[in-house]
Structures are given as structure tokens and as C-alpha cells.
Design a protein around this ligand. Structure first.
Ligand code: TXE
Length: 495
């Protein structure tokens, strides 16, 4: 019997009359995980109204007290880490070590943001006039919408929710439909921690209905969105009609550059983890390997030999290297790209859906490597699956040219022992994140996360800057001279 879940509006789990439902499934087995309400525009309206009602009191709650609530949430999540980590793996398909990592990232970020409650720094700035004091304070924006994808089903929602809450906003949270059960658990943690009614609301349902209603409603001032480029662009354009702040975290086509002087053993571990961790379904996944010709053949031989040892299968088994991809849609899209790759490039490894036995129940694809020239579709478009494009280059300059010649700029990496070259790469790579001698994945919550070009529109999540997305800066002038003083205008009226 599939467990049924409602919407969380105004502090209560509710099921609207005549609600339509959808189910999520385990992508390794197709077993049902839970049944959820397909929210309507009406439900979104009620959630926004609840958030609006809760806002004044939450705004007035001292930020350190808001921080206490976050600490309590982090504490509860810590106690339930293994249970929630297993749920992430069951509903999304990433291997259990990564499912637990997803939850740990949530815990780390919630704790980090709790501390922000005792900072939320403004500035004091000198005035050009006597007896005048100038400062800035941060204020919340009001009702914010958090729209999230399925690839980090607890971490990405928590990146948004914890930053929005500590800043004093109230929230309507709309998760990706195929990880709705994880979203329920995220909300329950805050509920158990004592979040006041209406401060955090959850409306499950489709992007077309729930997402659109959130974007269209004038009461929502800020939209924080992580997902695909096309959806993000659409949300941005429609949000602009209402002059909303729209914060976007979109795709990547992240390169590892491997120079001739690199530690190849180190790079081997990094590329395997970067390309095939989470079945390649991370926005920072290593999807291009740009290799100097001097080490090209040796490295590829070693890489494919390592893949022969790699197990694809049950993500709950700790020995499994790679689980299924997240959904039937993901499987179809990735297999389409593999078919394109077979036309335009040389298939070096994998390249097929895994079938037979337990594989037939889920969405399993072989780790896949193509050798390709730069410029093919598979070398430039985001595939979001376990597919690595390898490109041969003759020099550092060529490697950087190739690395930068894509529409995205999220993460990047170079393996080299030459310190000068490493520092040059920090400057030269067009990306929001550059790793030296480490793969393109591995964000830490205390550092900003985001990218350039089509990866977003300039904002950053995580780190101390996470609150910028969710706060307005108010400038305050205090004139204690007891007379009218005029900035920029001479006292005697002269020039
Ligand atoms: O994302 P979508 P999907 C990429 C990746 C993937 C593709 C599609 O390439 O294959 O995007 O994934 C909600 N108004 N990334 O379908 O559609 C939707 O319900 C408002 C990269 O999951 O962008 C979900 O909650 N919201 C990315 C969220 O938007 C709408 C991570 C994201 O859905 C909406 C995930 C609308 N009109 C996917 N339509 C990364 N790089 O991290 C949908 N949504």
C-alpha cells in the first residue's frame, strides 16, 4: 500500500478535496515510494496567503532566534541521517554513500546558516556631513518561492530554505515531482524543529501548474530556481514581467584538463568520481576530459581498465560504484545522446542500457566514454548522465580554448604539477568554480557556488553570500545635528 502525503500549508498537512495524485518510484526497482497531491493554482494561492500572513512575525523574530530553529532542524536531521540518506537513495537512485552525503550537506549548510543569524552583517560608512551616522541593514524580502530539481533532493532545497529562513523570509517550496518524498522529509524536519505555521509551506505538483502559479503571483517577490536551462530561462522571462528577483542555478558542461605533467593516478580517481558519481547527474559533473596528447593513450587505457572493475547496480549496496539514472525520462534522454555520440564520435566504452536480471526493473546505463573532436553536440551540450567526452589537445592554450568554448561556466578543473600553470588556469578558465588537482565536483557549503554564462544570471548560493539572494539592503541615515544638513550642497549656497 503506497503511503499518501498531503500539502503543508499554514502549519498543517492538508489534502484538498478531490485532489489528484501522482506517485514517485524507486529508479532501481520501479517500486512505488509515495503518493503526493498534484497541487493546483488554488493550493499555491493558499500557500502564498499563509506565507504572507506569517511574514511580519517571522521578520520580527530576532535572527539569532531564527538561528536556534535552524540548529534544532540540523540536530534532528543528524539524528535521522541514515534513514533520510536511504530515502534519498531509494527515491533518486544515487549510491548510498552519496545519499548520506546529500543529507550531510544539508546538515552542514543548515548549521552554517544558523550562525549567520548572529552576523547578517551590514556596514557603517562615514558621512560627508558632521553629526550624521550612516549604516546599512539587511531586511528579508517577504514571500519567496524555492523551486528545486531532483538531483540533490535534500541538499538543494536546504541550501535555499535555510538561507531564506535565517534572512527572515517566508517560503513556498515546490520540489521536483520525482523526489517529492524527500521534499516531505525536508519539510518535516523544520516542522519538528518548531517552524511557526505559514513560515515554510510545501506544494507538490507539476512545474506547469504549481511552478507557473508561483512565478505569476505578484505576492512572490523572489524566486530561487535550480534546474534545466530552458525552464530557467522561461521562469526568468516570466518573472521579469512582475519585476521579480529571479535567481537561477542551471546547467554545466564541466571540463577536467589533464596536462602532461599531471599525477595520472590521482587524476584517474578524480575523473571516475567526477564523471560517474551520481551517474553523472550533478550540475558540476565532469562531462568533458581534455587531455594532453603526451598522456592521452596511457590515461584512456588506465581509465577504461578501471571501469572494467566498476559495478553498476543496487545503489543501497555499499559496494556499488554507480546506481541507476533518476527516471525513465532521464534514461530516454541520455540514451538519445548516446545515439548521437555514436554518429559523431568514437565510442570507447559502454554506450548501452544495462539489461537482464535486476537491471530490467530499473533505469541502468553503462558508464560511457566517447573520444570526440571538440565541437560535436556531445562535447558541448549538457547530457546529465554517465557519459564522458574525451578530447585530445596539444597544449595548455588549446586546452583552455576548448574548455571555455561552451555555453556554460559552472565548474572546471586542471591536473598539473606546474604551479605557474595552475595559477594561470585560475585566471583563464571561464567558470564560477575552478579546482586544482581535484575533480569538478566537491562543493563545500561555506564557499559560494554558482557559475558564469548560461549557468545562471550572476548570483551565488552557499557561503556567506547565500543571504544576498534573500535580503534587501536598507540604507539608514541618522542625522543627530538637530538642523537640516544638505549633502552635495554648499552651506552658503556657493559653488
Ligand atoms: O528540470 P526542470 P528537470 C537539467 C538536466 C536535466 C534537465 C531537465 O539537463 O536533464 O535539466 O531536468 C520546475 N515554472 N538539470 O526536468 O524541468 C520543476 O517541476 C516553474 C540541471 O528536472 O528544469 C522542478 O521543480 N517551475 C540541473 C524544477 O522546475 C517549473 C539540475 C526543475 O525542473 C516549470 C536538474 C515552470 N514552467 C536538471 N517547469 C543542474 N544543472 O543542477 C518545471 N518547473
Amino acid at each position: 500500500m503506497t503511503e499518501e502525503f498531503g500539502l503543508f500549508i499554514g502549519g498543517a498537512w492538508t489534502v484538498p478535496p478531490n485532489a489528484r495524485r501522482f506517485e514517485t518510484i524507486n529508479p532501481a526497482t520501479r517500486e512505488s515510494v509515495g503518493s503526493f497531491v498534484s497541487g493546483t493554482a488554488d493550493d499555491v494561492g493558499r500557500a502564498i496567503a499563509a506565507a504572507e500572513k506569517a511574514f511580519p512575525d517571522w521578520k520580527a523574530t530576532p535572527a539569532p532566534k531564527r538561528g536556534d530553529l535552524l540548529l534544532e532542524a540540523a540536530h534532528r536531521l543528524k539524528e535521522r541521517k541514515s534513514e533520510v540518506g536511504r530515502l534519498v537513495t531509494r527515491e533518486m537512485g544515487k549510491v548510498i554513500a552519496e545519499g548520506l552525503g546529500d543529507v550531510q550537506e544539508s546538515i552542514d549548510f543548515i548549521e552554517y546558516m544558523a550562525g549567520e543569524g548572529r552576523r547578517l552583517f551590514g556596514e557603517t560608512v562615514p558621512s560627508e556631513l558632521r553629526s550624521k551616522f550612516c549604516l546599512t541593514v539587511r531586511q528579508p524580502k517577504g514571500v519567496v518561492a524555492c523551486i528545486t530539481p531532483w538531483n540533490f533532493p535534500t541538499a538543494i532545497p536546504n541550501w535555499k530554505i535555510a538561507a531564506a529562513l535565517i534572512s527572515g523570509n517566508t517560503i513556498v517550496f515546490k520540489p521536483a515531482s520525482n523526489t517529492a518524498r524527500c521534499a516531505v522529509e525536508v519539510v518535516r524536519i523544520y516542522e519538528e524543529a518548531g517552524v511557526p505555521p505559514g513560515v515554510l509551506n510545501l506544494v507538490t505538483g507539476s512545474g506547469g501548474v504549481v511552478g507557473n502559479a508561483l512565478v505569476a503571483d505578484p505576492r512572490v517577490r523572489t524566486i530561487s530556481f535550480t534546474g534545466g536551462v530552458e525552464t530557467g530561462r522561461d521562469v526568468y522571462v516570466r518573472g521579469a514581467q512582475g519585476l521579480k528577483m529571479v535567481h537561477l542555478e542551471l546547467g554545466g558542461k564541466n571540463p577536467v584538463i589533464l596536462m602532461e605533467d599531471a599525477d595520472l593516478g590521482l587524476a584517474l580517481d578524480g575523473v571516475l568520481f567526477g564523471a560517474f558519481g551520481t551517474s553523472g547527474q550533478r550540475c558540476t559533473a565532469t562531462s568533458r576530459l581534455i587531455v594532453h596528447e603526451a598522456v592521452y593513450d596511457e590515461f584512456l587505457d588506465r581509465l577504461t581498465a578501471r571501469l572494467d572493475q566498476f559495478t553498476v547496480g543496487d545503489p543501497l549496496d555499499p559496494k556499488t560504484g554507480m546506481g541507476p539514472v533518476a527516471s525513465a525520462d532521464q534514461e530516454r534522454k541520455i540514451l538519445e545522446y548516446i545515439a548521437v555520440g555514436k554518429q559523431e564520435a568514437r565510442l570507447r566504452y559502454g554506450g548501452a542500457k544495462l539489461t537482464g536480471g535486476a537491471y530490467d526493473r530499473g533505469f541502468f546505463i553503462q558508464p560511457t566514454i566517447f573520444e570526440t573532436k571538440h565541437g560535436t553536440r556531445i562535447s558541448k551540450e549538457e547530457i546529465f548522465g554517465p557519459v564522458l567526452s574525451v578530447i585530445r589537445v596539444g597544449s595548455y592554450d588549446e586546452a583552455v580554448r576548448v574548455a571555455n568554448d561552451v555555453d556554460f561556466g559552472l565548474s572546471s578543473s586542471i591536473y598539473t604539477r606546474d604551479v605557474n600553470r595552475a595559477f594561470r588556469a585560475m585566471d583563464d578558465l571561464e567558470a564560477g568554480i575552478t579546482y586544482i588537482n581535484a575533480p569538478t565536483i566537491g562543493a563545500e557549503v561555506q564557499l559560494p557556488f554558482g557559475g558564469v554564462k548560461n549557468t545562471g544570471n550572476g548570483g551565488r548560493e552557499a557561503g556567506s553570500v547565500a543571504i544576498e539572494e534573500f535580503t534587501e539592503i536598507k540604507t539608514v541615515f541618522v542625522d543627530f545635528s538637530s538642523r537640516l544638513q544638505k549633502a552635495q550642497i554648499e552651506e552658503d549656497g556657493g559653488e
